[in-house]
Write a protein that binds this ligand. Structure first.
Ligand code: SF4
Length: 109
């Protein structure tokens, strides 16, 4: 995964400790910086993809990122379940399902 964006984040000019706060006030302080950051989207995606537990990334706290990961897992599970149902209806093995998009639309190849 590309990490070049990290050099262009606003945190590159801050004390790293700001982004690893010990309390809610510290989280809010970090989030204020992140909200102005041009790399916020990359940063959040990086943290979610790599399941980074600690710190404020992409303007989201550790707890908020855990919630986002749980939501993604639910969406992925529903999409997989739908893919299995569609494949079963079509008489195709699940391995023949080409793709499931973010809306849950299934393509069978
Ligand atoms: S969103 Fe926040 S933590 Fe991420 S690169 Fe920007 S300033 Fe740094």
């Amino acid at each position: 995964m590309d990490t070049n964006w990290m050099a262009h984040g606003l945190c590159a000019h801050e004390d790293p400790a700001v982004f690893f706060p010990n309390d809610g006030v510290g989280v809010i302080k970090a989030q204020r910086i992140c909200r102005q950051c041009p790399k916020q989207e990359h940063c959040l995606e990086y943290a979610l993809t790599n399941k980074i537990d600690h710190g404020v990334w992409g303007g989201e706290s550790e707890r908020a990122r855990r919630r986002l990961i749980r939501k993604r897992n639910v969406v992925a599970a529903k999409a997989a379940s739908k893919a299995a149902r569609v494949a079963a209806k079509a008489g195709a093995p699940v391995a023949d399902v080409d793709a499931v998009d973010a809306t849950g639309t299934v393509e069978v190849g």
